[in-house]
Design a protein around this ligand. Structure first.
Ligand code: HEC
Ligand code: HEC
Length: 327
């Protein structure tokens, strides 16, 4: 599963280095004994009709159904499903097949939803030429000050608290995406790298009233600033830990990421990096494997952080934070 995700991801990144194209290939939801295969057009039609075109709502519904079905299977009971007008009890192996079929369907839905979102995000960012970006970042600065972002993230996007991330010089696409994620509180997001969710009380408060225009403006403003450096300057940079080898495919050789949607880690706060890796590890099973207020799930990052030990996380955080952020 993990290798499959990484391969899919690398394919995506290297096929769209400039994010010009958005033709992500999505799997067809296969036939199950109860339903015929659903191609893209069928699925889109269904989501438009039953969920007003809202993929998150479709996905959330079926993820709940999968969760219920797993619970019923675990208790060795029957799950009643409705096919057309009849009611069909499924148990044992049949129920297991039903669950697999549903999981595949949800995978397809994620992929289609993601393609839609990705196309929207990229269109938004690509539309912005340098002059427009400069204009937006002036507006963004104003909005950010009104909203009080500087109280925690510093005047230049470099915070002075270990658990508050630097956001100056961070990637525009990534910043806009995170602001969107914070606003949604506990609901699932789908985007370039699969499902994700980020729920954090402080940032929910700060982000909840931002409009789509505000978010892009603010993202443009912080992206235009210089990156901050972590406070371990002066001490000699540590050697790159072995465990960082897998990270650089996405986060770049020295923590300066290769894509709009992947955050720079170079110069980021150590404590913050460890906190985020831990949040990802806690949700390695799935987005709801831990229920607490501040949580973060990302299909890929949670799978990647899953096997890391606390010692490895610390080494990675120390190393990435000691790297120089280059814009
Ligand atoms: C009261 C303090 C506080 C205020 C005010 C605040 N933030 Fe944050 N911000 C945080 C904390 C803490 C986090 C880390 C959350 C976590 O651990 O997931 C964060 C995370 C972020 C992130 C994610 C960074 C990353 O690398 O993923 C962004 C983007 C961000 N804030 C932008 C803003 C903006 C824009 C505003 C103003 C509208 C703002 N913040 C106001 C405390 C604050
Ligand atoms: C396959 C691509 C990929 C690989 C490999 C990868 N990451 Fe990530 N990483 C991402 C993406 C995409 C995000 C943004 C997640 C989101 O949108 O919530 C991210 C987010 C993060 C964050 C949160 C940063 C922030 O500002 O909040 C940390 C920390 C992180 N990764 C560390 C690592 C480390 C350490 C490794 C190696 C052990 C690694 N990543 C490997 C793609 C990757």
């Amino acid at each position: 599963m993990f290798a499959k995700l990484i391969t899919a991801f690398l394919l995506m990144v290297f096929s769209f280095p400039a994010f010009a194209a958005t033709e992500l290939k999505c799997p067809v939801a296969p036939t199950t004994p109860w339903r015929t295969a659903l191609n893209e057009a069928d699925l889109k039609k269904y989501v438009n009709r039953r969920h007003d075109g809202n993929w998150s709502s479709y996905i959330a519904k079926w993820e709940r159904q999968i969760d219920t079905a797993r619970d019923v299977l675990g208790r060795k009971k029957a799950l009643i499903i409705r096919i057309d007008k009849s009611r069909l009890p499924l148990r044992g192996d049949e129920l297991a097949i039903y669950i697999t079929g549903m999981e595949q369907r949800v995978e397809t839905a994620y992929c289609l939803a993601e393609r839609k979102r990705m196309a929207e995000n990229i269109r938004e960012i690509e539309k912005l030429g340098p002059a427009e970006l400069a204009k937006r970042s002036v507006a963004g600065k104003r909005t950010a000050i009104q909203a009080g972002c500087q109280n925690c993230h510093g005047d230049q996007g470099v915070s002075n608290k270990p658990e508050i991330p630097n956001i100056g010089g961070q990637r525009l696409g990534y910043l806009a995406n995170q602001l969107r994620a914070f606003q949604k509180d506990k609901s699932i997001n789908t985007h370039l790298f699969g499902s994700s969710m980020r729920s954090e009380k402080i940032m929910l408060q700060s982000a909840k009233n931002l409009t789509p225009k505000n978010k892009l403006d603010i993202a443009a403003y912080y992206a235009s600033l210089n990156c901050g450096g972590e406070n371990n300057k002066g001490t000699s940079a540590p050697d790159q830990p072995e465990s960082a080898k897998v990270c650089i495919a996405c986060h770049g050789n020295n923590g300066n990421s290769i894509s709009q949607m992947v955050p720079r880690l170079a110069g980021q706060k150590k404590v913050y990096l460890v906190n985020e890796l831990r949040s990802f590890r806690m949700t390695k099973g799935n987005s709801s494997s831990f229920r607490f207020n501040n949580r973060r799930h990302h299909q890929l990052m949670s799978a990647i952080a899953g096997p890391l030990t606390n010692v490895e996380m610390r080494e990675l955080a120390v190393w990435f934070s000691s790297q120089t952020c280059e814009k």
